[in-house]
Design a protein around this ligand. Structure first.
Ligand code: MN3
Length: 220
């Protein structure tokens, strides 16, 4: 079965004024769609890979034949990362619960976490993503280049910001710092909390979290 662009469960203007409707529309319907389409084209001649969960392709890239490996890495990663990203965006969600406790324990305070996350985002050169991940029973901020996903290195994503210019250039031009500041207003902390709880369970049953993060093949 082909990979599909997952439904966006909110309007393009839902994150205004922090992320503008035009950026959301192009980002979702053009950029994300292109990753899905290119992934499907690459897998066309490899039926056995088409039925594999996307997450398994990304974690076990070495099992993907060399001629399409880089295409799967870029476009499969793009599909996985964006499917994740849309879910952790929502306005007016207050942070609370276990994720707040864990962030305070690790970083000292929510503000200190934001400072570190922003600094990681600013210091990342070129295109990529900054992530809050769960690894070895602890929280960590990391960045990845291009469309690489932390799962490839055994780290479970809880939260992510897209650092590609296509994610912010229309509204913020080269001002990545302003975009990161705005991002903090549209984090769906309820989803991040749920990702965190799943990640903690992952210590017991590895496959559980893997498949929770797998994009569903319904939509366009
Ligand atoms: Mn993007």
């Amino acid at each position: 079965m082909k990979h599909k662009l997952p439904d966006l469960n909110y309007g393009y203007d839902s994150l205004e004024p922090f992320i503008d409707a035009k950026t959301m529309e192009i980002h979702y319907s053009k950029h994300h769609q292109a990753y899905v389409d290119k992934l499907n084209v690459a897998l066309e001649g490899h039926k056995e890979l088409l039925d594999k969960p996307l997450i398994e392709l990304i974690i076990e890239l070495d099992k993907v034949s060399e001629e399409i490996r880089q295409t799967v890495r870029n476009n499969g990663g793009g599909h996985l990362n964006h499917s994740f990203f849309w879910q952790i965006l929502k306005k007016d969600v207050k942070i609370k619960g276990k994720i707040l406790e864990a962030i305070i324990k690790k970083f000292g305070s929510l503000d200190k976490f934001k400072e570190s996350f922003k600094s990681a985002s600013m210091n990342h050169f070129g295109s990529g993503w900054a992530w809050l991940v769960y690894v070895n029973g602890d929280l960590e901020i990391i960045t990845t280049s291009n469309q690489d996903n932390p799962l490839s290195t055994g780290k479970i994503p809880l939260l992510a910001i897209d650092l590609w210019e296509h994610a912010y250039y229309l509204k913020y031009q080269n001002r990545r710092a302003d975009y990161v500041d705005a991002f903090f207003y549209v984090i769906n902390w309820q989803q991040v909390e749920s990702n965190f709880i799943e990640a903690v369970k992952h210590l017991i049953n590895q496959k559980y979290t893997r498949y929770k993060l797998e994009p569903k093949r319904v939509g366009k």
